[in-house]
Design a protein around this ligand. Structure first.
Ligand code: NDP
Length: 284
């Protein structure tokens, strides 16, 4: 039987309605959640992601601003901007769109954001709190992936989840969050020998390698939940995932499309983090 397609756009819509009512409630208390995005340089993909984030904010009533800076901005100037936003009581979330030009240290920039305003969930304090199991602003894509699986109604407990990719922004946090849901997690990466040996065992398969069409039906256990995080632009200009959608949909029980799968969930989790940050900062 063909897989049920998990449209992130639809799942996100339900969550965004809930978030919009939380924003209404905060506004009644005089709190207007605010997100500031710093966008450095002209990368078209980054500009497109940031526009998506701003649209998401508008949809749920979050005040958002985009601060555009030339790629020649110095690290010092950028750190100064972050410092000012850290102090600004109307700004609850600060997001510096990655990647940054090579003369700027991502480590320094992420570390400079006040952890309570780190709505990407990349600050070492948030990463550490997440690992220990304390309250934390969670990395948006990883959180979005887990919420999508939850929506399928598939219990994660006791399932074998295989994650392809071990980056700090996707692979590592998604592995950790799945383990927190009591799944048994295997992490694979570019040095994994015989990848298929692992992927074929997966009840839940998360593919986040950034390699167009690398996973086909032969790699997937029949009935698996397959979440395709990859976003790759191929020669024709089309955006495709890491999974061969048409093949895998004949084998999997659930499958996410690209685009329209994980992407909208990532933005929704960013909105959720901004609202959470506003609540936490107001309670201080
Ligand atoms: P990175 O390039 O940082 O990490 C890729 C990971 O995949 C690495 O751990 C790498 O292994 C592993 N990998 C690469 N090739 C293979 C292979 N052939 N077999 C097994 N493992 C492999 O990418 P990101 O984690 O930042 O992003 C992954 C994908 O997800 C990209 O396509 C990106 O565009 C997309 N993405 C989508 C988002 C969304 O909202 N939809 C958000 C963020 C990312 P190693 O560590 O050994 O190098």
């Amino acid at each position: 039987m063909a897989a049920t397609i998990l449209y992130g756009t639809e799942i996100a819509k339900d969550i965004r309605e809930q978030l919009a009512s939380e924003v209404e409630e905060l506004k009644r208390k005089g709190i207007v959640p605010g997100l500031t995005v710093i966008l450095v340089g002209e990368d078209p993909a980054s500009h497109s992601y940031v526009r998506g984030k701003a649209r998401g904010c508008e949809e749920v009533g979050i005040r958002s601003e985009i601060l555009l800076r030339d790629a020649s901005i110095s690290e010092e100037e950028l750190l100064q901007m972050i410092e000012e936003l850290n102090e600004n009581p109307n700004v609850h979330g600060i997001l510096v769109q990655l990647p940054l030009p090579s003369h700027i240290s991502e480590k320094a920039v992420i570390g400079a954001i006040r952890s309570e305003k780190d709505v990407d969930g990349f600050h070492p304090v948030n990463v550490g709190n997440m690992m220990i199991g304390y309250d934390a602003l969670l990395p948006c894509t990883a959180h979005g992936v887990v919420e999508m699986i939850r929506k399928t109604g598939t219990p994660m407990e006791g399932k074998h989840a295989v994650v392809i990719g071990r980056s700090n922004i996707v692979g590592k946090p998604v592995s950790y969050l799945l383990q927190r849901e009591n799944a048994t997690v295997t992490m694979c990466h570019s040095r994994t020998v015989n990848l298929r040996h692992y992927t074929r065992q997966a009840d839940i398969l998360i593919v986040a390698a950034g390699r167009a069409h690398m996973i086909g039906s032969e790699d997937v256990k029949p009935g698996a939940v397959v979440i395709d995080v990859g976003v790759n632009r191929i020669e024709s200009g089309k955006l495709v995932g890491d999974v061969r959608f048409d093949e895998v949909k004949e084998v999997a029980s659930y499958l996410t499309p690209v685009p329209g799968g994980v992407g909208p969930m990532t933005i929704t989790m960013l909105l959720k983090n901004t609202i959470e940050a506003a609540k936490n900062l107001a309670a201080r």
